[in-house]
Design a protein around this ligand. Structure first.
Ligand SMILES: NC(=O)c1ccc[n+]([C@@H]2O[C@H](COP(=O)([O-])OP(=O)(O)OC[C@H]3O[C@@H](n4cnc5c(N)ncnc54)[C@H](OP(=O)(O)O)[C@@H]3O)[C@@H](O)[C@H]2O)c1
Length: 355
C-alpha cells in the first residue's frame, strides 16, 4: 500500500486543518501500517520503559539488617533474587529457600559478588508438605526476623500432587501456610515480619464460588478453566491468609502484610508448554512494558525493612505504599473458612498449631 508519510493534514471544507483526522492518520500509520508500525511500537515500548524507570517508587530506607535472619522462598531468580540481593547488601543473613539447589548456589555466588552478608541455600519444594516440614526442621532454635513467602507459579497445567493437593494452590498458598506455622516460634522470638507475595490478579475473583471451597480447592470443574483462574484464586488466598494471620497474631509483636510487586519482567507469566513464538511474544511484550525484577522487588524490600512500618500489620502494599485490596480479600468470614480448610489440607498436627 502506498502511504504518504508523514501524512499531510487534510483541510476541512472551510480550508482549516482537521487536527483530529490528522491524529487518527498518524496513529494508524505509526501502529498499524508496516513498516512504520515497528518504529511505532518500539518507540512506545522505549518511552514506557523510560517512564517506568523515572517513576518507579524505590525503598528509601537505608536501614542496616546486620544480625537479622531473612528467609525468602523462591529466591534463586526474579523478584526473590533481587530482594535477597538488597537484603544481603544491608548485611542480613539471607536464606535462599529454593527447590533447585544448583540454581540457588548460582544465585548465592551472584549475590556474594556484590554483597558482604551471609547467604545460605536451603532446599524446599513448597508444593510438597513433606519438603516444607523437612526444611523447617533445620531451623529449630534459630531466630527468624523476616519470612518472605515469595515462591510462586502462574500459568502451569492443572495437576494433583502425590499428597492430593492441586499444584498451583499447594505452591502459592498451602506450602507457605504450613511454613509460616512451622517457623512461628522462630518469628515470635524476633518479633518478626511476615510478607506474602500476592498480586493485583487477586481482584479477578469476583465471587466465592470461583474459589472452589466445596471441592477442597482442587478446581476440578467440568469445564475448561480460563487461563490464570487458579492463580487469581491463590493470590486471593494470600491476602486472606495474611489478614487472618494479623488478627490471630495480635499482641505477639509478629506482623503480617501482603505485597503486590507490580507487573514485573520475570519468567512467571510465560506459559509452560506454550508454543515458542507465543512465549517469545509474551517475553518481548513484558520486557518492554513491565518493571525490571530489581524495580519489582522494591515494595517487598520496603515492607521487610522500613522502620516506619514497625508494628504495621494486616495491610496490602503496592508501589511502596499501602493500597486497598478487593472487597473479597477483606471478608473475615471467608478468611476463617480458607484458614480452616488449609489446616485440614496440610494435615496440621497438634504440635504444629503454633498460631
Ligand atoms: N512477575 C510479576 O509480574 C508478578 C506480579 C504479581 C505477583 N507476582 C508474585 O511474585 C512472586 C515471585 O514471582 P516472580 O515474578 O519473581 O517469578 P519467577 O521469576 O518465576 O520466580 C518464581 C520463584 O518461585 C520458585 N518456585 C516455584 N515453584 C516452587 C516450588 N514448588 N518450591 C519452591 N520454589 C518454587 C521458582 O523456582 P524455580 O526456579 O525452581 O522455578 C522461582 O525461584 C510470585 O509469588 C508471584 O505470584 C509476580
Amino acid at each position: 500500500m502506498d502511504e504518504e508519510f508523514p501524512p499531510s493534514s487534510p483541510p476541512t471544507e472551510d480550508g482549516t486543518t482537521n487536527y483530529l483526522l490528522l491524529l487518527v492518520r498518524l496513529v494508524l500509520t505509526f501502529f498499524f501500517i508496516p513498516p512504520t508500525n515497528v518504529i511505532g511500537w518500539v518507540t512506545l515500548g522505549v518511552t514506557v520503559r523510560i517512564y517506568n524507570r523515572l517513576t518507579c517508587p524505590h525503598c528509601r530506607s537505608k536501614v542496616s539488617m546486620k544480625g537479622k535472619t531473612v528467609i525468602i522462598t523462591g529466591a534463586n531468580k526474579g523478584i526473590g533474587l533481587e530482594t535477597a540481593r538488597d537484603l544481603a547488601r544491608r548485611g542480613a543473613n539471607v536464606i535462599l529457600a529454593c527447590r533447585n539447589v544448583i540454581s540457588g548456589n548460582m544465585a548465592r555466588d551472584d549475590i556474594l559478588s556484590t554483597a558482604t552478608g551471609k547467604v545460605e541455600v536451603h532446599e524446599i519444594d513448597v508444593s510438597s508438605m513433606a519438603s516444607v516440614r523437612k526444611f523447617a526442621k533445620n531451623f529449630q532454635n534459630r531466630k527468624v526476623d523476616v519470612l518472605i513467602n515469595n515462591a510462586g507459579v502462574a500459568d502451569i497445567p492443572q495437576e494433583i500432587t502425590d499428597e492430593g493437593l492441586e499444584l498451583t494452590v499447594a505452591t502459592n498458598h498451602l506450602g507457605h501456610f504450613l511454613l509460616t506455622h512451622l517457623l512461628m516460634p522462630n518469628l515470635k522470638e524476633a518479633s518478626g515480619r511476615i510478607l506474602h507475595l500476592t498480586s493485583i490478579g487477586h481482584t479477578w475473583v469476583k465471587n466465592v464460588k470461583e474459589l472452589d471451597l466445596e471441592n477442597d480447592m482442587k478446581f476440578q470443574y467440568n469445564r475448561p478453566l480460563k487461563t490464570l483462574e487458579i492463580y487469581a484464586a491463590t493470590k486471593l488466598f494470600n491476602v486472606l491468609f495474611s489478614n487472618e494471620l494479623c488478627r490471630k497474631l495480635q499482641g505477639t509483636g509478629v506482623t503480617s502484610n501482603s505485597v503486590h510487586p507490580g507487573v514485573v519482567d520475570t519468567d512467571i507469566f510465560i506459559p509452560m508448554n506454550s508454543r515458542v513464538w507465543y512465549g517469545f511474544f509474551i517475553k518481548l511484550f513484558v520486557s518492554a512494558y513491565a518493571k525490571s525484577p530489581a524495580e519489582g522487588a522494591q515494595t517487598t524490600i520496603h515492607v521487610a525493612v522500613s522502620e516506619d512500618l514497625k508494628g504495621v500489620s494486616g495491610k496490602y502494599f503496592q508501589d511502596c505504599k499501602e493500597a486497598t485490596p478487593s472487597a473479597l480479600a477483606l471478608d473475615e468470614g471467608l478468611a476463617k473458612k480458607v484458614w480452616e480448610m488449609s489446616e485440614r489440607l496440610v494435615q496440621l498436627q497438634p504440635q504444629e498449631r503454633t498460631i
